[in-house]
Design a protein around this ligand. Structure first.
Ligand code: AMP
Ligand code: MN
Ligand code: MN
Length: 342
């Protein structure tokens, strides 16, 4: 990104937080585009809708856009109905001069929504991916945070802005989804304290969990049956592969989003170190990687142009399914060979 308005790396986190605050202060009555990654998850949507609540406090109008429609299970989020797809027309005010990216490790992660940016757009990049490449003019990036919603909540604390029930609900959604219901390794004492505060502010843990994590459609159960039938172990039970093909989606009346989370059925098998879910998409094979302990799957994903976190990462391979599985098998076998496993 251009240097103008960018924050010097040697300045402290506090001043990045301040820069974002000042930027918002200067945008009263302007319109700001808030975007996130393709096939948005709970953290992406929680962060986008949280940002809409925050922009309201600054008298800024927000336009929330993604390449893909938000899954229905998140329809309790305040602002859910105002979310637009990048293919929708007309989008009021496009192309946009002021843009906030949330939960997107790089610019390209927002997919076709990238076409909505004005050529010299000012970009704020709020994220927690270890692989984030600091593409913004202002980069509020904390790889140690459990979720982008945690990065936003930390920023709110630094500003002393009020936290409404609506804002707490949006933020809690990012915490609960990106920590798998406070179970993954990113669940720290701070995360649990933050969550308790958000509940104090009015977020409903039961209702949010029921919508965002528990509710499951009959169609998705049918997809689960088919995906589990493909589950295979190799490398002495240390690697698990499973797949979701286009025909499985057609036969069960599901969409790619319904395959979200299936990779955990592989990872949760005793003895498995790395699990991969292969999803057949129109533009290639989307691979979701999960690691139990020893393997840094964000590095594996980066080798193929993807990214993510140490224990959860993703990438797309532009090749047929069989070749994609062979490629990942070879790569993961090599990686496993080089890490110490107790
Ligand atoms: P997924 O397997 O899609 O659930 O993604 C696991 C984690 O990796 C999430 O935090 C994603 O945001 C991230 N991720 C997935 N695909 C990519 C990619 N192509 N580039 C960067 N990050 C990714
Ligand atoms: Mn995400
Ligand atoms: Mn996230």
């Amino acid at each position: 990104m251009g240097e103008q308005g960018s924050v010097h790396p040697e300045r402290s986190k506090q001043s990045v937080e301040r820069s974002f605050y000042e930027w918002l202060k200067g945008l009263e009555r302007a319109q700001v585009l808030v975007v996130s990654h393709v096939r948005p998850d709970g953290d992406a949507l929680g962060a986008q809708t949280a940002m809409a609540q925050i922009l309201k406090l600054f008298h800024i109008e927000s336009v929330l856009v993604n390449e893909d429609a938000p899954p229905r299970r998140f329809d309790y989020l305040p602002g859910y109905r105002d979310m637009r797809r990048s293919v929708d027309t007309p989008l009021p005010g496009a192309p946009y001069q002021y843009v906030i990216f949330v939960d997107a490790a790089d610019r390209e992660r927002i997919g076709k929504a990238l076409s909505l940016l004005a050529p010299e757009a000012e970009i704020v990049n709020i994220d927690h991916h270890a692989t984030n490449d600091h593409y913004g003019h202002i980069n509020l990036v904390k790889p140690e945070a459990s979720s982008t919603c945690e990065v936003i909540y930390d920023w709110i604390r630094s500003t002393r802005l009020p936290v409404s029930v609506e804002l707490a609900t949006c933020l809690y959604t990012g915490y609960i989804t990106d920590t798998g219901g406070f179970r993954y390794q990113n669940t720290t004492p701070k995360v649990l304290r933050d969550a308790a505060e958000l509940v104090q502010f009015g977020a409903s843990p039961y209702e949010i969990a029921e919508h965002a994590l528990e509710a499951i459609s009959w169609e998705k159960i049918k997809l689960l049956q088919k995906a589990l039938a493909t589950l295979k172990l190799f490398a002495s039970g240390k690697i698990a592969f499973l797949e979701v093909t286009q025909s499985m989606l057609e036969e069960t009346g599901t969409t790619l989003d319904d395959a979200e989370g299936l990779v955990h059925y592989g990872l949760n098998i005793e003895g498995v170190e790395v699990a991969a879910l292969f999803r057949e998409q129109t533009d290639g094979i989307k691979v979701s990687l999960r690691s139990r302990r020893a393997v840094d799957v964000s590095k594996v994903a980066q080798q193929f142009g993807g990214g993510g976190h140490v224990r959860a990462a993703g990438l797309t391979l532009h090749m047929p399914l069989d070749e994609a599985k062979r490629t990942m098998a070879e790569t993961l076998l090599t990686v496993l060979h080089h890490v110490p496993l107790s």
